[in-house]
Write a protein that binds this ligand. Structure first.
Ligand SMILES: [Zn+2]
Length: 156
């Protein structure tokens, strides 16, 4: 599956074609799907700088089942205290370790769902957009300055 990855500069709030032609340091750049920019901008305002923010839908099983695996992943590049953002919306989780034996470190906030197309006119993509919007709304309820302060205070 081809996913269109592009770099987005969170500082300038523009898409950059190549990291080589853009002057900002790489920590301001995130590889993101375009729908994820709202989330990325909000996290950046709080002092959390994501490195990757992508979503995908994968059809599972028989085509007639219309069953999909939906994932939304935000690699935030560093471990943060879970107290910083507080309780995440239902279905969203922090992932600090992989399940592989080496327990390599992850820095991920992710949403995973098995979604069934029940034929109400909604597609897996519209479900993703809805989930992204819900997470944006959740981030809007956070106090940016408080998050920044807690990030420094609770550095892990
Ligand atoms: Zn820039």
């Amino acid at each position: 599956m081809d996913i269109e990855f592009r770099s987005y500069c969170m500082k300038c709030k523009i898409w950059v074609g190549s990291e080589k032609t853009h002057k900002c340091s790489t920590e301001n750049l995130v590889v993101a799907d375009k729908e994820m920019v709202g989330i990325v901008d909000r996290l950046y305002m709080m002092g959390i700088t994501p490195m990757v923010a992508v979503w995908s839908t994968t059809e599972l099983g028989e085509a007639s089942d219309s069953k999909y695996l939906i994932t939304i992943k935000i690699d935030i590049g560093q471990k943060i205290s879970e107290a910083v953002l507080g309780e995440l919306p239902a279905g969203w989780q922090y992932h600090w370790h992989t399940v592989t034996p080496d327990r390599s470190e992850l820095h991920m906030i992710a949403y995973v769902e098995h979604w069934y197309n029940l034929g109400f006119g909604e597609s897996a993509e519209t479900r993703v957009y809805e989930l992204i919007k819900q997470f944006e709304d959740y981030l809007d309820t956070r106090d940016c300055e408080a998050v920044k302060a807690l990030l420094l205070l609770l550095e892990v």
